[in-house]
Design a protein around this ligand. Structure first.
Ligand code: PLP
Length: 393
């Protein structure tokens, strides 16, 4: 009776959520101030005041219309507002027909993969990567092919990606600014990736879509975040407001099928079909209308930037090795032993909750989400010192 794969998936431990749940339990036992929980990427700054004002404005509208279904791809005015934002900010000819409003980047990626691939296809992800990519690729009947990033830069390894491409490759997923590493892909890296993908498309006579997963586009500390559709024609952007506007539980984002794709209209029809097949009737209507009015509202990056500084300075002083983060709110720190799972377990003895890199398809590192209270970061530094000393003893 049961679908075995779904049963396995439901039972499969999610290390990040497991650690987060452990943290909740531990905080109840010893007090929240005594647990240094770096497990999960829940934004720690409130949604900007303009967002809250928009909730009020929207809720004051016609009490029936405010809760109505919208067309599946989204309210036409909302889609047009997003298209206009893309045209204005990224100087490409976006049309509303190629915007499909979703419940966050998660459904955007799951829908996109279902729309552009067929069972048996391969999807390339650059490791370390957001763990759910594998789940969504497999749900679309595809195999996720992991290609390690270059070290120490953690930029995409173009040669290795090229070597992994086969006639079955339907897509490459990239994520910049990156979770879990915090790197931002340079223009040079993205241009090299685009040039290689174009060449492979011609050589193999296939289509290779570039899926650009962009929940952290605005959370960046000075680095340029190039707009991928202007570098590679066959690009689909999966955007989210979860982090930029601190609305993760509200579930809102969008898919933008680049207008520069010659058959963009057909791909948008397949996106609508995939959304339908996966049971998405429409994205939450209130949120659609709220974010459409807040597209220009800046993200509050200052708090994360301060956290980044306190944490990186503190860990540098203690002699930890990490990748200098240029965006998002994660720090990728070298584990003090080769087995990151064992290191994460050891860190727990010092009330430090650090996610082992195995969850992201890499070995020997841990991820710290520094979207937490500044005081927790400051208070955690003696625990990091004690952890290091325990390894040196
Ligand atoms: N992609 C990446 C890289 C993420 O870090 C996340 C969430 O943390 C998502 C996608 C999913 O985001 P959403 O809340 O928009 O579904």
């Amino acid at each position: 009776m049961l679908n075995q794969r779904m049963h396995e998936l439901g039972a499969e431990p999610n290390k990040i959520r497991e650690l987060f749940a452990y943290g909740l339990e531990r905080k109840a036992q010893i007090g929240p101030e005594n647990v240094y929980d770096y497990s999960i990427g829940n934004p720690s700054v409130p949604a900007p005041p303009e967002v809250l004002r928009q909730f009020e404005t929207q809720l004051a509208q016609d009490p029936v219309k405010v809760h109505e279904y919208t067309p599946s791809p989204g309210d036409a005015q909302v889609r047009e507002a997003i298209a206009q934002y893309i045209r204005t900010n990224f100087d490409i000819p976006a049309t509303f027909g190629n915007v499909y409003v979703t419940s966050g980047a998660s459904s955007a990626i799951a829908i996109t993969l279902a729309a552009i691939s067929n069972p048996g296809d391969e999807v390339i992800a650059i490791a370390p990567y957001f763990p759910e990519y594998k789940t969504w690729a497999q749900a679309a009947g595809c195999t996720l092919v992991e290609v390690p990033a270059l070290t120490p830069s953690f930029q995409p390894d173009i040669q290795a990606i090229e070597a992994a491409i086969t006639p079955k490759t339907s897509a490459v997923i990239i994520n910049s600014p990156n979770n879990p590493v915090g790197t931002v892909y340079t223009r040079a890296s993205l241009e090299a990736l685009a040039e290689m993908l174009q060449r492979k498309e011609q050589e193999l006579g296939t289509r290779i879509m570039l899926i650009s997963d962009e929940p952290y586009r605005e959370i960046v500390y000075g680095a340029e975040v190039p707009y991928v559709p202007s570098l590679y024609e066959d690009t689909i952007v999966c955007y989210s407001f979860s982090k930029s506007l601190s609305l993760p539980g509200e579930r809102i984002g969008y898919i933008y099928v680049s207008d520069l794709i010659p058959d963009a209209a057909d791909i948008s029809v397949a996106v609508a079909g995939a959304g339908r097949a996966l049971g998405y009737i429409c994205a939450p209507v209130l949120l659609q209308r709220v974010v459409a009015e807040c597209l220009d509202v800046p993200s509050d990056v200052a708090t994360y930037e301060e956290n980044r500084q306190i944490l990186t300075e503190g860990l540098t002083e203690l002699g930890y090795e990490f990748v200098e983060p240029e965006g998002a709110f994660y720090l990728w720190v070298r584990a003090l032993e080769p087995d990151a799972v064992a290191f994460s377990e050891r860190a727990k003895e010092f009330e430090l909750l650090l996610v082992p890199s195995d969850s992201f398809g890499a070995q020997g590192w841990v991820r710290l989400s520094y979207c937490i209270a500044q005081k927790t970061i400051c208070d955690s530094l003696p625990a990091f010192r004690a952890l290091k000393e325990a390894y040196e003893a």
